[in-house]
Design a protein around this ligand. Structure first.
Ligand SMILES: Nc1ncnc2c1ncn2[C@@H]1O[C@H](COP(=O)(O)OP(=O)(O)OP(=O)(O)O)[C@@H](O)[C@H]1O
Ligand SMILES: [Mg+2]
Length: 502
């Protein structure tokens, strides 16, 4: 009889769905499962998730992926977890019950608190310590909002009866049966409570945010054989499997694309779009509106990246699908876009949550510009797909300014990169080739790499080079002149989105 394959289970808890992928030693996917969870939008600008629902969906996809592969928990060598970042959860450490809805990274309710943090700490000091500007994106002000608005939460927190974590911590806590309350530096560095220079929580920032330190998770490396505990035997794995990798989703995609040398860059197009450039073992400050972020931490040390975050990319396609009813699927929206030659002069700036990099404008909101009697759904669909490419172009310009070098090609991944239309237009508007790897699930792969390196399943990530080898390459075809015109129209549209919320 054949012995079943040993696998690494990668849990990818994203903004819109949770999935589990089981990777064997050759990096092949032996089983997978995926389930969406609800996007709760109680008011304009608010976005919440139900932490209990997220926990349950994750449990379900673990069970389903194992079943789908014909494997048992005992066949899993180790677990790696990657997650939507910044989303903020508070729970009762006695019962494990969430004490409030999770406030999602896209939520803008903390605009005033973010400004207050900037005033108290100073914009420059804030950037120096955290690598981040003041914005609604990050967790610290979200935690402060909960402490100030959920009845009794502050008292509970002071008494040790409420704890905080981002989604990584919430999942680790649940999978280990409440034994482990930790987070890794790739997640911690998005809270605005973590000091990039000391790699520890900052008393000064905790004070500024009025956050009780005892609520916070302990820190542990992203990749470590022991730091993250084991799953419970009565949980979804049905076995005591070690968790050996925990890493935020965008840093996971960088690792999954095997970008570990300074200058190596990837862009992941999912709900949002996230460009990360590896910068080596020293944090590089940004002058151009990017984030300085931890890329990875293991026993050997800490690696850093520059990041340009675009809040809305694939979620604009979903918006056309769901809110405007353009099609039944994202692929249906792409088909509409493919039915016309161009966007007919229509430009969409999807500033649903303000604008992130490089603008950082909380006061921006979405606009559709250039409408004429000629425009129909097909032009809007096309403009929606082009919007991702324009935003990524802006971020890459900022990156070139910060790094003082231009990029020879862009490596891409994520669910939206099934769209050849997107990638061809991205190459056109960037003026450099765009390269799509064989495996588009690089986020999950990165979590598997973090876990698999820690437990010796792989010796080095280059064991997986074939998995992310080039599958398609898109060469730029657009003339300089056209590119300049299209970018200029985009910029004018961006300006029109500013200064909307007062
Ligand atoms: N054919 C397509 N054309 C354009 N966009 C598409 C197409 N297929 C999928 N998408 C978009 O890709 C996105 C899904 O990508 P992916 O599954 O990587 O998302 P994600 O960011 O990982 O989700 P999460 O935020 O849950 O992690 C959706 O927003 C969807 O609109
Ligand atoms: Mg994702």
């Amino acid at each position: 009889m054949n012995r079943p394959a040993r696998v690494i289970a990668a849990i990818d808890q994203g903004t819109t769905s949770s999935r589990v992928l089981l990777f064997d030693r050759r990096g092949r996917i032996r089983g997978s499962a995926q389930r969406e969870h609800r996007q709760i939008t109680p008011r304009p600008g608010w976005v919440e998730h139900d932490p209990g629902e997220i926990r349950d969906r994750v449990d379900e996809v673990i069970v389903a992926a194992l079943r789908n592969a014909g494997l048992a928990g005992a066949d899993v060598e180790a677990v790696g977890i990657t997650n939507q970042r910044e989303t903020t959860v508070v729970w009762d450490p006695e019962t494990g019950d969430p004490l409030a809805p999770a406030i999602v990274w896209q939520d803008t309710r903390t605009a005033a608190l973010a400004r207050e943090l900037e005033r108290d700490v100073g914009a420059r000091a804030l950037r120096e310590r955290t690598g981040l500007p003041a914005a609604t994106y990050f967790s610290g002000p979200k935690l402060r909002w909960l402490l100030e608005n959920v009845d009794g939460l502050r008292e509970r927190a002071r008494a040790g009866r409420a704890v905080f974590g981002t989604v990584d911590s919430w999942l680790v806590w649940n999978l280990t049966g409440g034994e482990v309350h930790r987070t890794d530096p790739t997640n911690a560095c998005r809270t605005q409570m973590f000091d990039l220079r000391t790699l520890d929580w900052s008393e000064e920032l905790l004070d500024a945010l009025r956050a009780p330190r005892r609520m916070l998770p302990a820190l542990a490396p992203s990749s470590h054989p022991e730091a993250w505990g084991r799953t419970t035997a009565d949980g979804p794995f049905g076995a005591r499997v070690p968790i050996t990798g925990v890493i935020g989703d965008q840093q996971a995609a960088l690792l999954g694309q095997l970008r570990r040398r300074p200058g190596e860059t990837k862009c992941t197009y999912g709900t949002g779009a996230f460009v990360l450039m590896h910068t080596g073992r020293e944090p590089v400050p940004s002058k151009a509106g990017l984030l300085t972020t931890v890329a990875y931490a293991d026993g050997a040390g800490t690696e850093y990246a520059l990041e340009g975050s675009v809040a809305v990319a694939g979620s604009l396609v979903q918006w056309l699908r769901d809110q405007l009813g353009f099609a039944d699927s994202a692929a249906g929206v792409e088909a509409l876009a493919l039915a016309v030659e161009d966007s007919g002069g229509v430009v969409i700036v999807p500033a649903f949550s303000g604008l992130f990099a490089p603008w950082w404008r909380d006061d921006a909101r979405g606009v559709i510009c250039g409408l004429t009697r000629h425009a129909d759904r097909r032009h809007l669909a096309r403009a929606a797909i082009e919007a991702s490419a324009f935003q990524v172009r802006e971020v890459i310009l900022a990156m070139a300014a910060d790094a003082g070098a231009s990029m020879p090609e862009l490596r891409v991944d994520g669910g939206m990169t099934v769209s050849d239309l997107l990638l061809a237009f991205q190459a056109d508007i960037l003026g450099v080739p765009v390269v799509r790897p064989r495996c588009l699930e690089t986020t999950a792969l990165g979590a598997a790499v973090a876990a698999g390196l820690a437990c010796g399943f792989w010796d080095s990530e280059t064991d997986l080079a074939g998995v992310v080898a080039e599958e398609a390459r898109f060469e730029p075809r657009m003339s300089r002149e056209t590119r300049r015109e299209r970018m200029s129209a985009w910029r004018r549209a961006v300006e029109r989105s500013f200064d909307w919320v007062r």
